[in-house]
Design a binder for this molecule. Sequence first.
Ligand code: NAP
Length: 294
Amino acid sequence: MKKIGFIGTGIMGRSMVRNLMKAGYQVAVYNRTKSKADELVAEGAVWCDSPAECAKGRDVVITIVGYPKDVEQVYFGEDGVIKRADPGTCLIDMTTTSPKLAREIYEKGKEKGLKVLDAPVTGGDSGAKAGTLTILAGGDKETFDFCLPVFEAMGKSIYYEGPAGNGQHTKMCNQIAIAGALSGACEALAYAKAVGLDPALMLESISTGAAGSAQMTNVASRILKDDYQPGFFMKHFIKDMKLAEEESESAGARLPMLECVLKMYEQLEAQGKGDLGTQALICYYDNAGENCGE
Ligand code: NAP
């Protein structure tokens, strides 16, 4: 049985750990705020006091932290995964981070005899809970094949995207498409409200037609219940759109729709709404303004 070290037990990580344990893996966990791993430890995970302790003696180390700076800290620090994992260990970063950083981890890992994949996910908090995530992996194919059973414990649609960084590039495409889908659903709700439609009926009616999307069904629908809690943090989506913008500049691609949606979200973040879920984009349209989503 493979021994797994898992770093980052937040909204996504905690459900992914549960599914790994359900599949029979021994999982050791580390998280910056220890209390966020307490329930998992009570359910059978082993607590580690540092990324080093979590990495040492494992077959596979999985990370899903917040931002690129968190990934750098976990991998490149003195007490980090690259320095402390045993040669031959597979390292899988499932955080949404920069494709450049993914390639850097791959190169630095290779120098130390480590096998590295970038494997960001999509499918949201509900997909993490249900074990139905879509996983987008970049790196060496043989490392991907070795890790496939581990991915299958957490996800349903698992794709090999090519060399290191391609998992993150594919995730950037996903975030670009989400910006369009979610802003489209919010704008439809704003219009429905202005013309006096029943928003719930409108959303149900168009969800099954050509405009339907997971964003409409699983995310925008939370607006109808005044539920602005984060399944996916607005602050993380802003991070992702900025990463996509950066990458597009160096690649020479144009992202005019994403730039527009990013500006909308940045305005909301400046009002202190970054810790709300992405569905709080509706507040951009809402006359309730500052108090929207509170
Ligand atoms: P989250 O709830 O904030 O979880 C991130 C966890 O990582 C937190 O518990 C955090 O600890 C921990 N962490 C951060 N830096 C760390 C470090 N240096 N050492 C150890 N632990 C550290 O966020 P999430 O929603 O699970 O998202 C995680 C990542 O997946 C993000 O990159 C996000 O963009 C991506 N993602 C999220 C979703 C979604 O729907 N939620 C979907 C796909 C991808 P603290 O408790 O101390 O903050």
